[in-house]
Write a protein that binds this ligand. Structure first.
Ligand code: PMP
Length: 309
């Protein structure tokens, strides 16, 4: 089979059972490895869907410039989609995100604008958004998808990611957990899985220093892509039953264990999700099934503490 372009190869990522990290007193843990997706992350799916919806609605034309504030992977996804579809893309991001992400975006031919993060990622992301919206006011060619508010973001997880999971799992799914950046993943997948099994348990996962759904405050943390310090409008706050808080050390140790014990090279927020999934697996116990996602690949974290001694 020949694909017409790389976007057609998107999705259908593998679901993998963890072996060495799970003990006999736990549920089995299955991880959907989005690091193997086109573009190396789960966010290619949302980038594609937001642009496709905007095309359908006539919101973008040939000369459109896609401008998006993002802490990384959404920018990589949009730069990739922009390259395939022929749109200019400009990504506005905090200077605290990993160097690899900036380089990847530029490598796809997009422009990168950095905004200084003075230790408050939420405030910095707000500034990125303000900069993007100002550009849209000043130039009618600019289209800002606004992933935190765009319904096409959770929708692709209802239509695609969740459907793949249901096709892949051979038993009822008893537990699901996910960290929250825009909330697209937990909302879209969570709604479909819970629709299928209303008795299941869903956990939202927050970094210790960005636990705002739990009433905490936002500080600096290493779990890039989640805990951005905002409660997004697209997040369905009724979809999760509980909130699980994970420290930076737990996230990094778990991401390292995924590589060294399971052979899975994934990013820091994948460590976050699996640390929470392992706890949920203990609560639910043997015979049950817990699913989580690994949002991206480890290769974009070489310059971060994930790869430091
Ligand atoms: N992990 C990483 C590495 C991400 O880039 C993102 C997207 N911001 C997430 C997790 C969270 O996904 P979502 O935006 O769907 O909540």
């Amino acid at each position: 089979m020949v694909y017409d372009n790389i976007l057609q190869a998107m999705g259908n990522t593998p679901l993998i059972r963890l072996n060495h990290m799970v003990t006999d007193d736990q549920a089995r843990v299955l991880v959907k490895f989005e690091g193997l997706n086109v573009g190396g992350s789960i966010k290619t799916r949302t980038a594609y869907n937001m642009i496709r919806e905007a095309e359908k609605r006539g919101l973008i034309r040939e000369d459109t410039i896609i401008v998006e504030p993002t802490s990384g992977n959404q920018g990589i996804g949009l730069a990739l989609v922009g390259a395939v579809r022929g749109y200019k893309t400009r990504i506005i991001m905090p200077d605290s995100v990993s160097e690899e992400r900036r380089k990847l975006i530029a490598h796809y031919g997009a422009e990168v604008i950095l905004i200084h993060d003075a230790g408050n990622i939420g405030k910095c992301i707000e500034e990125c958004l303000e900069t993007a919206l100002k550009m849209a006011q000043e130039d009618p060619r600019v289209y800002v998808p606004q992933q935190f508010d765009n319904p096409a973001n959770p929708q692709i997880h209802r239509d695609q990611t969740a459907v793949e999971i249901l096709e892949q799992v051979d038993s009822p799914i008893d537990g699901f957990c996910s960290g929250i950046g825009t909330g697209g993943t937990i909302t879209g997948i969570g709604e479909v899985l819970k629709g299928k099994n209303p008795h299941m348990t869903i956990w939202a996962v927050e970094p210790e220093h960005a636990a705002i759904l739990s009433g905490g405050s936002i500080g600096t943390h290493l779990q890039m892509g989640i805990g951005d310090g905002v409660i997004p409008s697209i997040l369905n706050q009724k979809i999760y039953d509980d909130i699980c808080i994970i420290t930076d050390d737990e996230a990094i140790d778990t991401a390292r264990a995924l590589a060294s014990q399971e052979g899975i090279m994934c990013g820091i927020s994948s460590g976050t999700n699996v640390a929470a999934a392992l706890r949920l697996a203990k609560v639910l116990g043997p015979g049950k099934t817990v699913v989580t996602v690994l949002p991206d690949t480890a290769e974009r974290y070489f310059s971060t503490p994930l790869f430091q001694e």
